[in-house]
Ligand binder design. Structure first.
Ligand code: ADP
Ligand code: MG
Length: 255
């Protein structure tokens, strides 16, 4: 993978995600501290930082897998409050891929991909299957459609998880360390899928330590530590000229 940023930014002036002064606590533990973040539609953001810095919590707050206690989170012009209609509306717009693929082991690849479109979107089965096959082709595993997740490699399972999210036609995709549970030889195939997705103009927020990916597709890299955004910059500046001591230390450990 070349390090050159493909510079095919599809960033627009429209705001996709907005966090204003967001705080979150787990009991007494202050896990997110005054997070301010604007993501434009079409923008690709990479979030990195040491383990325990709050990266997963931050992205899980964006689709309300976790609840924040202070500040505003606005996704696609919908404010995330306790209002269940708003939560549903946001979840319709936001797809998510995790480190552990969370596929249903007792369903085939195709069934994993059609389950939510059929049951949540009330889509006819045939149409759901056609769409699922299109996405399985996009992630280059249409031939695995009738297998079960356990019969696939980790890299293939993660690509199914990505296809499954895309079947719900999200406008925003969140990734939480999607390659960190994979063997090295499988990382590239998942990153390639994510790069292709970025090229379609999808708004993406990716927690990852794959700095080659960050250099190639990110419009911005955000560094978190201790529940705070410490630094953010375009990839070249971020890697070549990190400002804070903490960023420098982190980069020296992973690069
Ligand atoms: P990261 O993804 O950057 O590794 P996390 O967001 O998972 O960080 O976690 C940030 C901090 O919050 C860690 O110290 C973690 O132990 C703590 N934490 C995460 N989830 C919970 C939870 N459900 N209850 C209590 N503490 C949690
Ligand atoms: Mg995490």
């Amino acid at each position: 993978m070349s390090n050159a940023n493909t510079n095919t930014s599809k960033k627009t002036d429209e705001v996709a995600i907005q966090l204003n002064g967001v705080h979150k606590w787990y009991g007494q533990f202050h896990v997110l501290k005054d997070i301010n973040l604007n993501v434009q539609r079409g923008e690709r953001i990479v979030i990195c930082g040491p383990s325990g810095s709050g990266k997963s919590t931050l992205i899980r707050c964006i689709n309300r897998l976790e609840e924040h206690q202070q500040g505003d989170i606005i996704v696609d012009n919908i404010e995330l409050t306790g209002n269940l209609k708003h939560i549903d509306a946001i979840r319709r717009e936001v797809g998510m891929c995790f480190q552990h693929f969370n596929l249903f082991p007792h369903l085939t690849v195709l069934e994993n991909c059609t389950l939510a479109p059929i049951w949540v979107r009330k889509m006819p089965k045939k149409e759901a299957e056609e769409i699922a096959m299109e996405y399985l082709e996009r992630v280059k595993i249409p031939d695995q459609a009738l297998k079960y997740p356990g019969q696939l490699s980790g890299g293939q399972q993660q690509r199914v998880a990505i296809a499954r999210s895309l079947c719900m036609n999200p406008r925003i995709m969140l990734f939480d360390e999607p390659t960190s549970a994979l063997d090295p030889e499988m990382i590239a195939e998942v990153l390639d899928t994510m790069i292709e997705l970025a090229e379609t103009g999808m708004t993406m927020l990716c927690v990852t330590h794959e700095m080659g990916f960050a250099r190639k597709v990110a419009d911005r890299v955000i560094f978190m530590d201790g529940g705070e955004i410490i630094e953010e910059n375009e990839p070249e500046e971020f890697f070549n000229n990190p400002q804070s001591d903490r960023t420098q230390k982190f980069l020296s450990q992973i690069l």
